[in-house]
Design a binder for this molecule. Structure first.
Ligand code: FHN
Length: 417
């Protein structure tokens, strides 16, 4: 088994992935928590199960979208909190193969994305509103905080844990090499050993030694000696951490911000509050400038179609990535103070200046006096005059970052830009 840092090498290079929230909740189309928020009874929600038939589901199309977007990996919900399984689990009847779809949606997903050369990940909810031995069982769909009261006395949580561990084993045994296991989520005292996390992680590492695991089983990934189940990366949500993520020893740790394109993870027919391509680009640059990744979410509809708005944004950002991906892939924080005009990312001797807010006059590269040998606009390779040892000419519009060589850098030939 590779060491933790060897395991994360590809992840830190990839920097940009696709998150996909998809399941029965796409039919009511009011977000993935609809059953809880609207206290939909088990029978009423069962109606969606009996109807689920995403005739337009074509994961090869999804994979092409992600690839064109510049995304290098993907994480799809295999089971969300509602307990519905997109995969053909032998441990439950509450699965896609028993709906009119009659398909193992996960099997099709992994082969399609692998074919496009992307790494594949599984999101798996450790919370389960459907399972009879999970404390929120039945029609009482309560916010997570009530579970420890275990309202129904004949709940045997051990039986749920056996089910949950068994499903993780199915997922990591039946679908080939899986690159990320994305658990969601621990809360209050429902964390760590309450999930039998040590046993779970040991089983996972036996089956898929190099799989990356997020930090949501519990424990403290920032500790100087984290628990075995504390995960390989930290998973901030809907936020880019102010300074990146350090552990108690002051060392950078891998992290990935998961962020929605609109305001919902699961499909919401009325949610048109989408981020712009510019906001996505800046968020991605922001993450990388702080040694982090961006996992950008799409929520396909009940037919299996990714919303047009999401497709348009992903395509626009993909165009930017095509020209400027060198300033993202394999990059990390520069050892320079964050400039007023934007962000730096760095890859070895190559420094990338991402100018967000043009001031007036030339751009000032504090701390680089006499160090800038040459500057190129990354998007088209054009020369940027370095007017004085530390300033470069006013860029016209460089969302994509300029490419500046530092002394001793391998002078890039034009193909580098
Ligand atoms: O409750 C879930 C939510 O539906 C969504 O899956 C996010 C994605 O990270 N995780 C939980 C909220 O933190």
């Amino acid at each position: 088994m590779n060491s933790k840092s060897e395991r994360t090498d590809w992840f830190l290079d990839a920097r940009y992935g696709m998150f996909i929230h998809w399941g029965l909740y796409a039919i009511p189309a009011r977000g993935e928590w609809v059953r809880s928020f609207e206290k939909i009874s088990k029978d009423d929600y069962q109606g969606f199960f009996e109807e689920f038939n995403p005739t337009q589901y074509n994961p090869r199309e999804w994979a092409k979208v992600a690839k064109a977007a510049g995304q290098k990996y993907v994480v799809l919900t295999t089971k969300h909190h509602d307990g519905f399984c997109l995969f053909d689990s032998k441990l439950t009847d509450y699965k896609a193969t028993n709906t009119p779809a009659k398909r193992d949606l996960i099997e099709e997903y992994v082969s399609a994305f692998r074919e496009e050369g992307l790494k594949v990940g599984f999101y798996y909810s450790i919370i389960d509103w459907y399972h009879e031995h999970y404390p929120a069982y039945g029609d009482r769909i309560h916010p997570m905080r009530e579970n420890e009261k275990y309202k129904d006395k004949n709940i045997d949580f051990e039986k749920y844990l056996e089910y949950m561990h068994g499903q993780v084993k199915e997922l990591l045994t039946n679908y080939g090499k899986i690159d990320i296991m994305w658990f969601d989520f621990s809360y209050d005292d429902m964390t760590g050993e309450k999930w039998k996390a040590t046993e779970l992680i040991s089983m996972i590492r036996d089956i898929q030694p190099d799989i990356l695991i997020d930090n949501r089983l519990g424990g403290n990934i920032k500790a100087s000696k984290p628990e075995i189940y504390a995960g390989d990366f930290y998973s901030p949500e809907q936020i880019v951490p102010p300074e990146g993520i350090l552990n108690e020893n002051g060392e950078q740790i891998p992290w990935e911000a998961c962020i929605t394109l609109n305001d919902n993870w699961g499909y919401h027919a009325k949610d048109k509050n989408y981020k712009s391509p510019k906001q996505v680009i800046r968020t991605l640059v922001e993450c990388v400038s702080k040694n982090g990744n961006l996992l950008l979410n799409v929520g396909p509809d009940a037919k299996g179609i990714i919303p047009e708005e999401s497709l348009d944004i992903l395509a626009e950002v993909g165009k930017w990535m095509k020209r400027n991906g060198d300033s993202i892939y394999g990059c990390k924080a520069a050892e320079l103070t964050k400039p007023e005009w934007g962000r730096y990312t760095q890859n070895g001797n190559k420094l990338y200046a991402h100018v967000f807010d043009r001031g007036i006059g030339p751009i000032y590269f504090a701390g680089l006096r006499g160090k800038i040998k040459k500057a190129r606009l990354l998007s088209d390779g054009s020369e940027l005059k370095v007017q004085t040892p530390w300033m470069a000419e006013q860029y016209s519009d460089i969302e994509g970052g300029a490419f500046i060589t530092l002394p001793g850098a391998r002078l890039p030939d034009e193909s580098d830009t």
